[in-house]
Write a protein that binds this ligand. Structure first.
Ligand code: HPA
Length: 277
């Protein structure tokens, strides 16, 4: 099986100059970010050892290397979801490779359903914390004491502050809340959504949590943003579907990728925050 070392060797050969500081993982609706990339080099996951072969419509499966403003970035366009194979560590090699290449921060994005009637389709939400409802971990099988990762500060406080400041400067409303991970691929029932609300969830989706765990295990600081594509099951008359999720994500895509590009280019990586290494 291909390892992080294989992927790293391949990337160093293909892009010897690349020194990305920030990894960005794009979910549904966030693909417009690649239009903001300068000096972009695009590598299909298919040619990168250990990278997943994306199978979901709307998830391209490409690694982009380039700059956003002065920040050198590695953009993962497409992720493998737990519901595709049952494995929840599909993004382990990509994330560990980007960390080994120099990324100290992971900015991840997703599409999500809202549990808050005031946070309707087209809204953007900063993830303040998560609930791992699936209770699966991409670290199962890892050895060493560092597998016992503290998750109290999973979503970095100073990165969230920076994101809020950029949103205010751009005049973009940014909600903040708790993201709850469901395995999918089926959507939730109305009873599940009522239960999740009682648990403290503001948004629900089928991704992000495993990648946050992987990034924290590597020592990367994490920022995560959700694009709300629908009110969650039972909250409106509409029937949920993947096609609807993608269509709604497309509508808010410009606003989302503009905000994301501005956040990434504003990141001040000097001193590099609150967590080792
Ligand atoms: N549930 C789960 N995942 C989602 C949803 C939802 O309502 N919308 C977009 N992704």
């Amino acid at each position: 099986m291909a390892t992080t070392a294989d992927a790293l060797a391949h990337l160093r050969a293909r892009a010897p100059q690349a020194r990305p500081q920030v990894a960005v993982l794009l979910g549904s609706g966030w693909g417009g970010l690649t239009a903001h990339l300068l000096d972009a080099l695009r590598l299909p996951y298919a040619e990168l050892p250990g990278f997943p072969q994306a199978s979901v419509a709307g998830h391209a499966g490409e690694l982009w290397l380039g700059r956003i403003g002065a920040i050198e970035v590695a953009v993962l366009s497409g992720r493998q979801h737990g519901y595709e194979t049952g494995a929840v560590d599909g993004m382990a090699v990509p994330l560990r490779t980007l960390h080994a290449l120099g990324c100290k921060v992971l900015v991840q994005t997703n599409a999500a359903g809202s549990l808050n009637a005031d946070m309707g389709p087209g809204s953007l939400m900063l993830v303040a914390d998560h609930i791992n409802m699936v209770q699966r971990s991409p670290l199962v099988g890892a050895t060493g004491a560092d597998r016992f990762v503290g998750m109290a500060d999973a979503y970095d406080r100073s990165l969230r502050l920076a994101a809020r400041q950029v949103a205010t400067r751009l005049g973009v409303k940014l909600f903040e809340g708790v993201y709850l991970w469901c395995l999918g691929p089926q959507f939730e029932t109305p009873a599940e959504i009522r239960a999740f609300r009682a648990l403290g969830a503001d948004a629900v989706g089928m991704s992000t949590v495993p990648e946050t765990i992987l990034a924290r295990h590597s020592g990367m600081r994490v920022l995560a943003l959700s694009l709300i594509t629908n009110l969650a099951a039972g909250m409106s008359g509409e029937q949920l579907s993947h096609a609807r999720t993608l269509a709604q994500a497309q509508l808010a895509s410009d606003k989302a990728s503009r905000l994301l590009a501005a956040i990434v280019s504003s990141l001040s990586l000097a001193g590099d925050g609150n967590t080792a290494p």
